[in-house]
Design a binder for this molecule. Structure first.
Ligand SMILES: Cc1cc2nc3c(=O)[nH]c(=O)nc-3n(C[C@H](O)[C@H](O)[C@H](O)COP(=O)(O)O)c2cc1C
Length: 458
């Protein structure tokens, strides 16, 4: 005997079969289903510290290391969307089976540069199940980006930026995010950020430098414009600040100054992975011995599949050991002449040499007096320099006339009263200018202060 319910089930099954054979598959509108904005931010654990996208430098092994030292969220290096979409060999070089693996490499944002929405989507679809979001690089200011028309050069083509983001927003399974630079003009920067968000970006990372602030003219990131943008975007917008992080203490300074959700660092973590360590002030975490850090990193590289971690290793060795190599100069040519493709034994011997040298340092009877980290006086820019023994990881400063670049830039900026106030006065002045019909610009003095700094690349 059939019950009524079994009749109903049979009928429904029949209907389903019938309709699935005649009804075209309606594409699922992913935007309504995927996590977005603050819900996504919460779902990935409300990250506070972020490893920036870095070409050839934020690869898998580095991310594994940085997560151990307090990075809550990592970005991959920028991948070239067209190549990633069309060239299997390029994809295999950039992406291994461990990249984005749930147990070792999440949360993860995968970054692409692109100028063609179709290729961008195709590229992103390869990894949409293996990351938490896909980021569009709108910040690369290098000549190669100018030539290829991507990165910060898309700041001149808002309709294209809009199309690129919207394409991912409407078609990708995971969220789209964007990393932008600022213009000299605060209002234009705000309009730009709004456009990026309206197109569908779920998180926005803002690097507080303009497109021209690169190489010799890098100068300081401007946290005041970041605060201005933060205050003028919707209060619930997930907002990441980027620029000027030297020490773990700078993370909270930046968070307070900008009122951002999280702080992203690039160069700072390359020289000192401990820059993200804020659980305590343990010197072995915040400024680890270079021998220990190098060993830990090297052991990670050895386990990583694919070639990206291996290829990036030499540059990481140089950066981790930067201060140490200023003293132990004899190691420079040894590292320099060792091929990234040399077998691990060659690299093992370098790691061992570093270990032996540092062990000798620790055999000194007065090592307790020598092995101290001293925090200096409060600087005009609101932070403090630390004197760190050369055998410990530490930030790297470019020098101008023997003076740290940051000191010089910040001194100039601080000597301009404009830097010390909260930026409100300049904005009021700007709006007066705007009202008088002239385009509002970032305060002139601040701009000049950045340009006066001519850092010498070491
Ligand atoms: C070695 C290196 C590679 C970088 N590659 C990228 C990249 O692939 N994509 C990107 O958006 N920014 C890239 N950047 C810029 C950083 O993400 C970051 O915006 C910039 O360095 C400012 O942050 P910082 O002051 O903490 O260094 C790179 C920076 C460095 C130092």
């Amino acid at each position: 005997m059939y019950s009524i319910s079994s009749h109903l089930i049979a009928y429904r099954t029949h209907l389903n079969r019938y309709f699935s054979s005649v009804t075209p598959i309606i594409p699922i509108k992913m935007t309504s289903e995927k996590l977005a904005g603050r819900a996504l931010y919460n779902a990935i654990g409300k990250p506070k510290t972020i490893v920036a996208p870095m070409v050839d430098q934020s690869e898998l092994a580095w991310r594994i290391l940085l997560r151990r030292y307090g990075a809550d969220l990592c970005y991959t290096p920028m991948f070239h969307a067209k190549l990633f979409a069309t060239d299997e060999r390029y994809r295999a070089k950039m992406w291994s089976e461990w990249d984005g693996r749930a147990d070792i490499d999440r949360p993860l944002v995968v970054q692409f540069c692109a100028n063609d929405p179709e290729y961008l989507l195709q590229a992103a679809q390869h990894i949409e199940d293996k990351c938490d979001a896909v980021d569009l690089n709108l910040g690369c200011p290098q000549g190669i980006a100018r030539k290829g028309n991507y990165g910060a050069f898309l700041m001149d083509d808002w309709p294209l930026v809009e199309k690129l983001i919207r394409k991912l927003h409407e078609n990708l399974k995971c969220a789209v995010t964007a990393k932008i630079r600022v213009y000299d003009d605060w209002e234009k920067s705000l309009e730009y950020a709004k456009m990026v968000l309206n197109a569908g970006a779920q998180f926005i990372t803002i690097h507080g430098r303009t497109r021209d602030m690169k190489g010799q003219a890098t100068g300081l990131a401007n946290w005041k414009i970041l605060r201005y943008l933060r205050d003028n975007l919707p209060s619930d917008q997930v907002f990441f600040a980027n620029g000027n992080i030297l020490y773990p203490t700078d993370l909270s300074r930046c968070t307070d100054a900008v009122a951002c959700d999280a702080v992203m660092s690039a160069e700072g973590n390359l020289y000192n992975p401990g820059v993200f360590w804020t659980k305590d002030t343990n010197p072995d975490k915040q400024h680890a011995r270079v021998d220990k850090m190098l060993r830990e990193y090297f052991e990670i590289v050895k386990t990583c599949p694919g070639s990206a971690s291996r290829t990036a290793m030499k540059a990481h060795f140089f950066k981790l050991l930067h201060e140490f190599l200023n003293v132990h100069k004899e190691l420079r040519p040894v590292i320099g002449s060792t091929s990234v493709h040399a077998d691990f034994d060659a690299w093992e011997s370098i790691v061992k040499q570093v270990e032996e040298l540092v062990e000798k340092i620790y055999e000194q009877p007065n090592i307790d007096e020598l092995d101290v980290i001293v925090e200096g006086e409060m600087q005009p820019w609101g932070g403090k320099y630390r004197t760190v023994p050369y055998w410990r990881c530490q930030p790297y400063f470019r020098k101008v006339d023997g003076e740290k670049q940051n000191t010089r830039t910040l001194k100039i900026a601080a000597s301009n009263e404009t830097c010390a106030n909260n930026g409100k006065r300049e904005r009021e002045a700007d709006s007066e200018v705007a009202e008088s019909g002239t385009e509002a610009k970032e305060p002139k003095k601040l701009k000049e202060s950045a340009q006066e700094d001519v850092p010498v690349k070491a």
